[in-house]
Design a protein around this ligand. Structure first.
Ligand code: SAM
Length: 286
């Protein structure tokens, strides 16, 4: 018989590979994007829920796969959320800017250096740069200027973004905010579904970006997030959270069910050097 205080141990699960959802792919790649985790997350979605909340939206892999009818979407990155508002309200303009952008390395650097003022063109620029940037990374310098080198990715990748109708429809009924996660979920109540996917703070398996991430999302933020998750649980929300597989993170979510998901790491270019890395998915579903 296990001691009552022993931490709950659950088997390690490989990330589900088959995706049965009929939803959409995200508009672009994003650091920490969860496209790869969507099949696993879909298995945890309750049959019925009220409003869907996603306060660390990024590229919104789960939202676009799920396409819930009522949603509150938010991210601290204001440029990113303005892009989704433009896609929702002026998708034809965004698409026509995207089609007009140059298809060359020099053209990429021209667009990178430009600072368009109009919202649809800014949105097109964000989609263009995140699609063609090296490793699909979104990164800005201290002045807020996008500074990722050209990635040489195939231009057909922009093809799906050339028609934004389906994404505009998915966003049509959503409330789109840009604020801190705690503010974004303030209105969540009984029966609502909240998916929390913060930047990872602790170093885990192959993540060497501890100091970088500590600046973006500190350990204090991780503690604040755990307190918010506990409060959402008390309010009767369904809560799903992904985070780094680290004992310090796990210890913040005592009463939550913990799944350890192992994934083949995509960090090394040479497949023989690829390793398995692990991430946590936590849920208050009993
Ligand atoms: C791991 S990414 C989310 C990825 C997303 N699930 C996807 O599939 O693309 C974390 C996001 O949290 C945002 N963020 C960082 N600190 C935040 C805060 N305090 N409040 C809200 N969003 C924050 C970042 O801008 C980033 O887009």
């Amino acid at each position: 018989v296990e001691a009552a205080s022993a931490p709950r141990r659950e088997p390690r699960l490989p990330a589900a590979e088959q995706s049965s959802h009929t939803g959409l792919e995200p508009l672009f790649r994003w650091p920490g994007g969860k496209r790869w985790l969507v099949p696993t997350l879909m298995g945890l979605i309750p049959d019925r829920f009220g409003t869907y909340y996603e306060p660390f939206f990024g590229a919104g892999a789960l939202f676009f796969a799920l396409r819930p009818p009522a949603a509150v979407l938010s991210d601290q990155n204001a440029e990113l959320m303005a892009c989704y508002r433009a896609v929702r309200e002026e998708h034809a303009d965004v698409a026509s800017h995207l089609r007009a952008f140059p298809r060359s390395k020099d053209g990429y650097y021209e667009i990178r250096a430009a600072h368009p003022a109009a919202r649809p063109e800014r949105a097109a620029r964000l989609i263009y740069l995140t699609t063609l940037a090296f490793n699909g990374i979104y990164r800005v310098n201290r002045l807020g200027e996008f500074n990722v080198p050209y990635g040489g990715r195939e231009y057909p990748a922009l093809g799906s973004a050339g028609s934004l109708t389906a994404h505009a429809a998915a966003l049509a009924a959503a409330e789109i905010l840009s604020c801190d996660f705690e503010v974004a979920v303030a209105s969540a109540g009984r029966g609502d579904l909240v998916y929390l996917d913060p930047p990872y703070t602790v170093a885990h398996s192959n993540n060497g970006f501890l100091r970088y991430n500590e600046r973006i999302f500190s350990w204090r933020d991780q503690e604040r997030l755990a307190a918010v998750a506990a409060e959402l649980d008390r309010r009767g929300c369904h809560v799903i959270l992904s985070n780094a597989a680290h004992e310090s993170v796990r210890s913040l979510y005592g009463s939550f069910r913990v799944l350890t998901i192992s994934r083949r790491s995509l960090i090394a270019a040479d497949p023989s050097h690829r390793q398995r890395s692990e991430e946590l998915v936590l849920t208050n579903a009993r």
